[in-house]
Design a protein around this ligand. Structure first.
Ligand code: 2P0
Length: 322
């Protein structure tokens, strides 16, 4: 049985940063994201008669902790389906891996969907989200298209994402690719360091839970302005919590900060745009789809050396047409 699934990255508007359970990947707070329509990951799973699982990412065989995360998800699917064949997993990213453009979210969402299909597990979307979460927390959200909220939950059963309906204007995300170099500290290690050493971490957890409630309200009412303001707040507070770690975690570069300034200048001139950034220097600007071209033009004027990609709301993880 061979199954191929496709999934897209998501960008959190309310961020996930810090776990309260590292093994189950239970987050310290809930988060909320937009799944994009660019940079898909395609994952094929073939069941084999071999003794071990094989994991190939962009043509390279993975080993150690990188393949262990994939095997964790395969083991869970095998347990649920009552089967024990080994698998050959071949995954292809179209986004630079580990550059803060959420490749692991798309990868593990595609893995969960392809594995459930291969092992003939009749999994509903919530189960797929929980399975994806065990590979990478943010992947729980890429199971769904459009806006999704990952409810923190209190245990494995209650920590999953769900899709949210958006009745506001069509959204766009302008991605400024400041650098596609591999990040120096993985988000997993950076999160752990923030949890263990940053005096700001408890304040981050408390305030982000409030932002999530407000963002959920903004989504329900279709309030784009509130969505944008909350998006910037969550991003900056997340990075502030990292600045307080010992040693500090600093993903933002001078170019990232200049882009936040350029986005603020856009707002001052009447174009509603809001910046966010993840575990890397790239800056993503949330705007109305109708403003995306002018956002690209204005940011290109301010920062001509950066590459810009316009993304819109994309679909959730699914089996690719056979
Ligand atoms: C997010 N990030 O909400 C946040 C914002 C990065 C910054 O989720 O350890 O790869 O596999 O659960 O999901 C990146 O972390 O971490 C992330 P693990 P993940 O999108």
């Amino acid at each position: 049985m061979t199954s191929t699934a496709i999934a897209h990255p998501n960008i959190a508007l309310v961020k996930y940063w810090g776990k309260r359970d590292e093994e189950l990947i239970l987050p310290a707070t809930g988060s909320l994201s937009l799944t994009l329509d660019v940079f898909p990951t395609t994952t094929t799973i073939e069941l084999t008669g071999e003794k071990d699982d094989v994991v190939i990412l962009d043509g390279a065989h993975l080993s150690g902790s990188e393949s262990a995360r994939v095997i964790t998800v395969l083991d869970l699917v095998r347990e649920l389906s009552g089967r024990d064949e080994r698998a050959r997993v071949t995954s292809t990213n179209t986004v630079p891996t580990a550059a803060g453009l959420a490749s692991s979210a798309a990868a593990f969402a595609a893995l969960a969907v392809a594995a459930a299909h291969s092992y003939e597990l009749d999994a509903d979307a919530r189960t797929l989200s929980r399975l994806a979460r065990r590979g990478s927390g943010s992947a729980s959200r890429s199971v769904f298209g459009g806006l999704a909220r990952w409810n923190a939950g209190v245990d494995d059963e209650t920590s999953f994402a769900e899709p949210l309906e958006w009745r506001g204007p069509e959204l766009a995300m302008v991605i400024a690719v400041v650098s596609s170099a591999r990040k120096s500290v993985s988000s997993r290690n950076a999160m752990r360091r923030t949890v263990e050493t940053s005096p700001y971490f408890p304040a981050w957890v408390e305030s982000n839970a409030v932002l999530l409630d407000r963002m959920s309200e903004a989504v329900t009412t279709g309030d784009f302005t509130a969505m944008g303001e909350l998006t910037e707040q969550s991003a900056l507070r997340m990075h502030a919590s990292m600045f307080g770690a010992v040693p500090p975690v600093r993903y933002l570069t001078a170019s990232s900060v200049a882009l936040f300034d350029a986005v603020a200048a856009l707002r001052d001139s009447g174009v509603e745009a809001y910046a966010t950034a993840d575990a890397g220097p790239n800056v993503k600007t949330l705007c109305r789809a109708s403003d995306a071209d002018s956002v690209v033009a204005r940011l290109s004027d301010a920062m001509p050396s950066v590459e810009y990609v316009v993304a819109h709301s994309g679909r959730g993880a699914r089996i690719a047409a056979e």
